[in-house]
Write a protein that binds this ligand. Sequence first.
Ligand SMILES: Cc1cc2nc3c(=O)[nH]c(=O)nc-3n(C[C@H](O)[C@H](O)[C@H](O)COP(=O)(O)O)c2cc1C
Length: 306
Amino acid sequence: MEGVTDWVMRDLLTSIGGIDHCVTEFLRVTERLHPYSVFEKNCPELKTGSRTRAGTPVFVQLLGGQAGPLAENAARAAEMGALGIDLNFGCPAKTVNRHDGGATLLKHTDRIYNIVKTVRAAVPKDTPVTAKIRLGFDNPESCLENAKAIEEAGATWLTVHCRTKTDGYKPPAFWEWIPRIQEKTSIRLITNGEIWTVDDFNKCAAIAKTHDYMIGRGAIRNPFIFSEIKAAADNPVKPEKPPVGLILHFFDASSVYVNDHFAVARTKGWIKQLSFTHADLKPIFDEIKVLKKPSEFKARLEYHFS
Ligand SMILES: Cc1cc2nc3c(=O)[nH]c(=O)nc-3n(C[C@H](O)[C@H](O)[C@H](O)COP(=O)(O)O)c2cc1C
């Protein structure tokens, strides 16, 4: 997730466990071929075999509307060792859509086909090219033909965020579209949207019946959700304690990764999300959210979380 799951967060979440696979924040592609440094920034894991330190594979996600430049950039990512390229056709952001990328492409099945096909042809055969869509721009039916096109263009798997662009992030997610897509295609599908708890996961799995699931925001609010889901088959566990020990680690790692001010902003963001799962963090969030000076901020983190 752009602005959220950077290297530090991917490293932290995958070190907790339960995650089989990660995707980078999207990298916007317009006309030019990004320099190597841009890929290194988007995906520092390229230097460690395109895996997090816990060994979880990371795919580089590209977002754009032009097949040629996307293919060129995908080829560069593959040359740098990316274990796979994921193409984002789901981003609803106005700036992205205005510049002909993300969910706006869901209205143009032929363009999606052409992009996936061109990118597929540009990277080595053993490098998977995968895609992510929403159900449609405003019409959910369009997922059927978009998924078919993505399969025919040679994608290895397809993640479906089960809402249209017009739905935004408003619950519910319409998981019931997944079996309908699967009826029409044999591409491996990954179900995404509104999985916040083990209970949500069970409800989603009963409807979608896919082998794989993607969790976005739920992972930030409860970093243990993946392990809980894996462990929960027989014996559901509730997150009783917030991951306080990890918060200081996250602050320090983000300081090293970018700088102290970045670390303050990211850590505030994470504590805010955690407080939705752990209400006892809410007063702490209210106290620290106004702190701007990194030294002051860190001192309060130490006070609360050491
Ligand atoms: C702040 C934010 C940034 C996001 N950035 C990306 C992104 O870079 N690439 C992507 O494929 N999806 C991105 N998404 C969408 C999520 O990956 C996911 O599809 C969506 O939030 C629905 O899943 P969830 O209900 O599990 O969060 C983003 C979502 C949010 C809220």
